[in-house]
Design a protein around this ligand. Structure first.
Ligand SMILES: *[C@@H]1O[C@H](CO)[C@@H](O)[C@H](O)[C@H]1NC(C)=O
Ligand SMILES: *[C@@H]1O[C@H](CO)[C@@H](O)[C@H](O)[C@H]1NC(C)=O
Ligand SMILES: *[C@@H]1O[C@H](CO)[C@@H](O)[C@H](O)[C@H]1NC(C)=O
Length: 359
């Protein structure tokens, strides 16, 4: 990308209009809002860039980590706010076998793991903007992306469609759909916002109280890839069935682990039900987040390796935010006992989740 384009990005982004990247693709920034709940999004990665909502005194804060300019999102590795795919989370050995064929995927973590669907995955791509409804009863924006056969090593072309909609006051509904066009392929999309209910620049999330409605989780090996076991949370640090602070949970973790980065079994393998999967409370601001989803799992990440400069030049330290990511089980493609993620041509993949905020 030329220097000219990079400058162009900065200039036009500030003006809030369209940008054109080096490949001639348009990148825009959009806003949807209802009352004082407002969300800025970009078709670069179908991403949430900011989310403003009031605290118990009516003061607004932006509760997601991110950057001020699209420019900064282009090569970032934290994946602040996008849709992650074709398969969210980790695939061990960066490969899987389906119908007798072994597919080798992009290695982008350590020297043998695929994470976030590969180096670019779905989140570092320009999506098309299908529809924007800025305000009114149900403000929404819909993005689509066509992933080529063989992209990041995955078989078959896929069309993904994601709609962000404000379906009630302070309630964001994210509907992720995908179709495989010609070959069976794994699909598991996830929304990847880093949330700090106190505000993106308010410090850490260690005192936030978390409840996760799961009695089992999927333990991982030293590379954070699931071993294939599904075990009870009882008697472990992973037991968030009763609310506890992040700090309290961390204090119970085995030595050597800095924070949580774990998939919970939401007991919803067939994706039949919308379930309340987690609740987070930030005492100081009074903000509460309830997460609902129909996904089989949920990744709980407490941000132990963030450490970057974000919006407004604010230094996001480790534990500056948490991610609550409803998704299919990580490395499902290599564990027949995990809920399957294989989508056959003609079948629709559908994942729905809500972020429901209150004070
Ligand atoms: C992003 O990476 C590409 C090559 O991978 C490079 O050409 C480009 O300058 C980088 N952009 C920024 C903003 O760092
Ligand atoms: C890469 O692989 C080598 C040999 O298998 C191993 O010793 C090393 O620790 C690995 N590096 C990372 C970052 O995982
Ligand atoms: C944060 O990143 C900087 C470099 O960007 C590094 O020097 C520093 O050691 C890191 N801090 C932590 C706590 O990882």
């Amino acid at each position: 990308m030329s220097k000219f384009y990079l400058q162009l990005f900065c200039v036009i982004f500030v003006a809030g209009a369209f940008l054109v990247n080096g490949d001639g693709e348009e990148i825009g920034v959009y806003e949807i809002k209802k009352g004082d709940f407002s969300i800025k999004l970009s078709n670069f990665g179908a991403r949430v860039m900011s989310m403003f909502l009031p605290d118990k005194n009516g003061n607004l804060a932006d509760v997601v980590l991110g950057y001020d300019t699209i420019n900064e999102y282009l090569n970032e590795t934290k994946r602040f706010g996008p849709i992650v795919g074709r398969v969210a989370n980790r695939i061990g050995g960066a490969q899987f076998t389906l119908n007798g064929i072994t597919y080798k995927l992009d290695v982008n973590e350590g020297n043998s793991t695929t994470i976030h669907g590969g180096s670019k995955g779905f989140s570092q791509r320009v999506w098309s903007v299908k529809k924007v409804v800025k305000d009114g009863p149900i403000p929404s924006i819909t993005f689509t992306y066509r992933s080529a056969d063989g992209e990041e090593g995955f078989p078959g072309a896929v069309i993904a469609t994601v709609t962000y909609a404000i379906t009630a006051p302070y309630k964001l509904t994210i509907t992720m759909k995908a179709k495989s066009l010609n070959k069976a392929t794994p699909i598991s999309l996830a929304h990847h916002s880093y949330i700090n209910l106190g505000g993106h620049n308010s410090g850490d999330i260690l005192s936030d109280e978390v409840q996760i409605f799961a009695s089992k989780y999927t333990p991982v090996d030293s590379k954070k890839v699931p071993t294939g076991e599904i075990v009870t949370v009882k008697g472990t640090a992973y037991d968030f069935r009763k609310p506890q602070t992040v700090k309290s949970g961390i204090s119970k973790l085995p030595k050597g682990l800095k924070g949580f980065d774990m998939n919970y079994d939401m007991n919803n393998a067939n994706q039949k039900y919308m379930k309340k999967v987690a609740v987070v409370r930030n005492e100081k601001s009074g903000r509460v987040l309830k997460v609902w989803s129909n996904a089989p799992g949920m990744q709980f990440y407490t941000g132990d390796s963030i450490n970057v400069t974000g919006k407004g030049g604010y230094q996001y330290k480790n534990f500056a935010a948490m991610a609550l990511e409803p998704l299919g089980f990580p490395d499902s493609v290599n564990h027949p006992n995990f809920p399957s993620q294989i989508v056959y041509p003609g079948k629709l993949y559908k994942h729905v989740m809500h972020f429901e905020f209150s004070t």
